[in-house]
Write a protein that binds this ligand. Structure first.
Ligand code: HEC
Length: 151
């Protein structure tokens, strides 16, 4: 018997059993932690991508209702600049797009869309529509003169 705390052998046995279980659990936990650390970044990246995909799909319907009449069904342009353009998407950061959509371009048909500026969209919806535009970038065509109205 490794430990003898008391004169009661039944109590000693049960104390030892609890200690052994404790040590086993501790070792299992210590072993599991690196495994968790190994998989955690993948899990985080995956949830980030899912998040972006759902933002973009929400953004797409916002686009259809609020933007496509001027910028074209698929961002190919119309009375307003083409936004489905490699050159435009490379030149604008997400933050710049969000700001521009929020405040609009004074003196043009591009109105402010943020509720802070009496527009219809929340900042989350504006983020969604910018995420949707960003999602077009991989397949966006070359449109170097994106600001010229498409006939
Ligand atoms: C009533 C027409 C109209 C609607 C609706 C509209 N826009 Fe515009 N938008 C314009 C015009 C016109 C311009 C160019 C203004 C200028 O540069 O003088 C513009 C410019 C932009 C630009 C800047 C492009 C560049 O060349 O830098 C972005 C980004 C943009 N709009 C996004 C949006 C989004 C997103 C929506 C929907 C939430 C939207 N627009 C709805 C007319 C519109």
């Amino acid at each position: 018997m490794p430990y003898g705390y008391s004169n009661d052998p039944e109590l000693d046995r049960s104390t030892n059993r609890v200690m052994v279980i404790g040590v086993v659990l501790l070792v299992a936990l210590a072993a599991a932690f690196p495994v968790y650390l190994y998989f955690e970044p993948d899990a985080r990246e995956e949830s980030r991508e899912e998040n972006l995909a759902s933002l973009a799909s929400e953004g797409e319907s916002i686009w259809e209702f609020n933007c496509s009449s001027c910028h074209g069904e698929n961002g190919e342009g119309g009375t307003a600049p083409a936004l489905n353009s490699q050159q435009f998407l490379q030149s604008a950061s997400d933050e710049q797009m969000e700001l521009l959509i929020a405040v609009g371009i004074p003196g043009s048909a591009m109105s402010a869309f943020s509720q802070d500026f009496a527009g219809p969209l929340t900042s989350e919806q504006i983020k969604g529509v910018a995420t949707y535009l960003r999602s077009l970038e991989d397949d966006a065509p070359d449109v170097p003169n994106w600001r010229e109205p498409t006939p």
